[in-house]
Design a protein around this ligand. Structure first.
Ligand code: MD3
Ligand code: FE
Length: 226
């Protein structure tokens, strides 16, 4: 960040409780942002970013890939977690140790010790890309939080309540910010406003978002369908 006079402005740090169970950790991932970006590039070299289609057949504006024991997928049959990448027919790339540890440590700081993510969904936003208001309910057990990391261009996050019609608060998510979404906030509606164009030194014209999830709980995953 630079101020009006071009001087470097230190990124904001610290903890903010957004709602019961929802904890914003400003700049928590900043020190490892470069290593995360390298990890994402290695994952995307195996399982490339792609625009999945919804059940209704519309391509999502956000491009996605995954790493871990399973990955979140959407197609004409709906949403699910699947052990293989439908584009490659191969298992998703393994989750880097740095990713798992970062998510575990942030969750513990927010009051959720022992968080052990088995899935990391990676979202890539280019200018204009957005995510409509939704709930995350495809995971096996909502007692576990979701942990998010934002990299690159800033976005406006909309954080609502347990009902779609609840008022939504607008929160800017900046490069390096982490949020732990657990407890009573786990099923709150949320979304991302259309990304504004810009240039970021590490991520170029994009915003990257990682969401760590305990999606499978070690249970059998549905067999991939041809
Ligand atoms: C609040 N991603 O992938 S991360 C998603 O920035 C998703 O790409 C957004 O929503 C993004 O499903 C937001 C923040 C987030 C993730 C899960 C939540 C917020 C949440 C679950 C419950 C409440
Ligand atoms: Fe979500």
């Amino acid at each position: 960040m630079t101020d009006l006079f071009g001087a470097a402005e230190p990124a904001q740090q610290g903890r903010e409780d957004l709602a019961p169970g929802a904890v914003l950790l400003r700049s928590r991932a900043l020190a490892v942002a470069g290593a995360i970006a390298e990890g994402i590039a290695a994952i995307a070299a195996v399982s490339p970013f792609r625009h999945m289609v919804t059940r209704g057949g519309f391509a999502m504006s956000v491009a996605m890939t995954n790493c871990g024991r399973a990955g979140w997928v959407s197609d004409r049959r709906g949403y699910r977690y699947q052990a293989t990448d439908p584009e490659t027919g191969r298992p998703w790339p393994a989750m880097p140790a740095l990713f798992r540890t970062l998510a575990r440590d942030a969750a513990a700081e927010a009051g959720f010790p022992g968080f052990d993510a088995d899935v990391c969904l990676i979202n890539r936003y280019q200018p204009g890309a957005k995510m409509a208001l939704h709930q995350d309910r495809d995971e096996a057990d909502f007692s576990h939080p979701i942990v998010s990391v934002s990299l690159g261009l800033a976005a406006i996050f909309r954080f609502g309540g347990p009902s779609r019609s609840d008022p939504a608060r607008k929160i800017p998510l900046l490069h390096g910010d982490m949020v732990v979404w657990g407890g009573p906030s786990r099923l709150n509606f949320h979304g991302i406003n259309a990304l504004k164009p810009g240039e970021h030194p590490l991520c170029g014209t994009a915003r990257l978002n990682l969401t760590f999830r305990t999606a499978t709980q070690g249970r059998e995953l549905p067999a991939p369908q041809a």
